[in-house]
Structure formats: C-alpha cells, structure tokens
Design a protein around this ligand. Structure first.
Ligand code: ARG
Length: 363
C-alpha cells in the first residue's frame, strides 16, 4: 500500500468514527470524506477541522491503556496551536498551557496541539519529557536532583543552559521547529506552581525540604489521529498522590527519600520486618495528599481514582465499547489489592486515536 492509500484508509476510519460517535447525519460525513479524499490526493496530507481534532484528542486519552484517570476524558480542553511557526511562538504557547492548566490550583486537563507531520516532515518537537521537571546532576558518583533527568540535563547543558545545582532546579523548555537546531528557554520558579511537602502530624517532616510541582504535563509523546501524527501535543491531567509519594520521591533510583522519611518520623528501620518501608510509604503519601490539599491544588488519592475508573468502565460498557488497559500500570503502587483493578483483567491492545512514545534525540 502506498503512503497516500494508507493515509486515506486511516482518515476514513477516523472520520467514520467521529461522525458515528457524535451522531451526525450520514450526508455530512459523506461530504466531509469527499473533501478529505480530494485534499489527500492533491497534497498527500489533510488538516483536521477543530471539532475533529478535539474529538480525536479526547479519544486518544480514552484509549490510553496505562491511565487510571480516563473517567474524565470528555472534559479535556483542546488548545489549537497549529498556526505556531517559530520557537518563540511555541514557547509562548507552552507558557500559556502551564498557566491555563494550573488555573491557580484548580487544575484543568488540557492538551496543546502543534503542527502535525506533513508529507513525512516533522514540524515541531518538544525535547522535554514533561514541560515542568527537575534537573539531575551526576557529581563524582553522587546525584543531585532527579536521577531520571540526568541525560536530559546533560543535553540542556550541552546547549548552553546552566542550572543552580539544587535538588529542584526547573529544566528549561527545549523546542525544535522543522530541521532547525533545538532552542532552550528558561523556566522560572515564579511562573510555576509548586507545593512544599509537609506531614499533617509531624513538624520534623518539613526538615526534609521536599516539594513537587503542581501539574504533570507530558510533552514527549506523539498523538495519532486518522493517519495524522502530531509530534508535539503536550497534555496534562492532575496528579494521583502515589506518583509523587510512592515513586518520584520514594524509588531508590529517584529521590530515594524513604530512609530519611522513616528517620524523621521515628520509624524503626533496624530490620526489614518492622515494615518501615511500607509505613514510610504510607506516611509519605499522606504528606503529599495533605500538602496539595492545603495548597489548594487538585490531586486524587488512589482509592478515589480506582472508583472513578470503575465508573469509566461502566460508562464504556453502556456505550458498547471495550475498556482496554495495561494492568501493570493501572494498579496503584500502594495497596494495589485494595482496589478492584487488581482483581480485574484488561486486554492491552492499542486503538487509535492514541498517544505513542517517540525517539529522543539525546540518550
Ligand atoms: N508519573 C508521572 C510523574 O510523576 C506523570 C504521568 C502523568 N500523570 C498524570 N496524573 N496525568 O511525573
């Protein structure tokens, strides 16, 4: 099959789904298809109408097998950035996304969609994993900051960026337009909402000096809708507390804070059977939930997220659709068997529209 034929097939399947699910008259679909087919034959490409893009982005979320938060897929706010042509415009749009999604703490699930791949040519890439992320530095065997960011941090330094070498340096935004050289733009703490982590009943916990940012905006995945690939389409929801309390701050190859957390909380860690890791994990997660709540920043706990996921499953069943999922990602890392997800099974097959991983230039 030629590229044009494949694109036509994917476009047809998506447009058919769009008109079917949104309940529009057959005649409207037929006319739109005729136009799209002509556009593809004439140019090897087609542009989505905003409504199609918006629907496609929401369904991409609905189809994201690893996401427990999919109950809210219809509420995704779609920002059309397809007219962006320069790195400066791109960064302005990214700063806008951050501010808009943060919404002073009442987080809005948002996606910003930049120009798609056209005739095999990528027009926009964001090299950050997330728009907001902390740097990691390796210094004679020791790591300062987030170990997961070491490779990207080195890459930013190779572009000329220099961090302050604290545990929580904000990485710069790195964007690339067409085949141009990637350009970096600093992100200041004043323009990012962050949350200091305190424990509800231990003052000593604050001495750990922990914090995390409010909104996780994944920016390195591509979105595929009807044969069109959007290589820059950063999206966000709000955090589930375990992502921070049981992974980012807890994993041994991340901030590795469990031993110190146990110590300030007076938990005996002289033997594994004291279950100090488990106890420290629970306290860490309580601290994260408490702190986000106090700061007025949206966050969901894993029990509530699991019940919302159950409602999503019920809703999808009513609509006659199968919920696909990646069980290994859907179960929360804390008390997984206390949620129904642990006792359920899901087929891990990928439908489009969807988000996919793509290659990093560094690494
Ligand atoms: N797990 C990632 C992190 O801790 C964020 C992934 C997206 N999470 C979300 N709640 N939308 O930074």
């Amino acid at each position: 099959m030629t590229n044009v034929e494949a694109l036509k097939q994917d476009a047809y399947a998506f447009l058919e789904q769009y008109y079917r699910e949104t309940g529009q008259p057959l005649a409207v679909f037929e006319e739109r298809w005729e136009n799209v087919e002509q556009e593809i034959e004439a140019s090897g490409h087609y542009e989505h109408m905003f409504e199609e893009l918006s629907f496609g982005a929401k369904v991409s979320w609905r189809n994201s097998n690893r996401c427990i938060g999919r109950f809210f897929w219809k509420s995704l706010q779609v920002i059309d950035c397809r007219d962006v042509r320069t790195e400066e415009q791109a960064v302005e749009a990214l700063r806008h996304h951050i501010r808009y999604a943060e919404n002073d703490g009442k987080i809005i699930p948002t996606i910003s969609v930049f120009p798609s791949v056209k005739n095999g040519k990528e027009r926009m890439r964001i090299w950050n994993y997330q728009l907001i992320r902390y740097a990691g530095y390796e210094r004679d065997g020791e790591i300062i900051g987030d170990p997961q960011s070491v490779a990207f941090t080195k890459y930013c330094e190779s572009l000329g960026w220099k961090g302050e070498k604290t545990s929580f340096d904000l990485l710069p935004l790195v964007v690339q337009v067409n085949e141009g050289a990637p350009q970096w733009f600093p992100l200041k703490t004043e323009e990012v909402l962050e949350v200091p982590i305190n424990h509800p009943d231990s003052d000593a916990f604050s001495t750990l000096g922990l914090k995390w940012y409010a909104v996780p905006i994944v920016s390195d995945m591509k979105m595929e809708i009807g044969g069109i690939t959007y290589t820059a389409a950063p999206f966000n929801g709000w955090y589930m507390e375990t992502e921070i309390g049981a992974r980012n701050l807890a994993d041994e190859d991340r901030y590795n804070m469990l031993p110190q957390a146990a110590d300030v909380l007076g938990i005996d860690r002289t033997y594994a059977g004291s279950l100090w890791k488990d106890r420290a994990l629970v306290e860490m997660n309580r601290a994260v939930l408490h702190s986000y709540k106090k700061a007025g920043v949206s966050m969901v706990d894993h029990h509530t997220a699991a019940s919302q996921f159950r409602r999503f499953e019920q809703q999808e069943q009513k609509a006659g659709r199968e919920v696909t999922g990646d069980w290994t990602w859907l179960i929360p890392p804390v008390s997984p068997a206390a949620t129904h997800i642990f006792h359920s099974s899901y087929r891990n097959i990928m439908h489009t529209p969807n988000f996919f991983y793509q290659q990093h230039p560094y690494k």
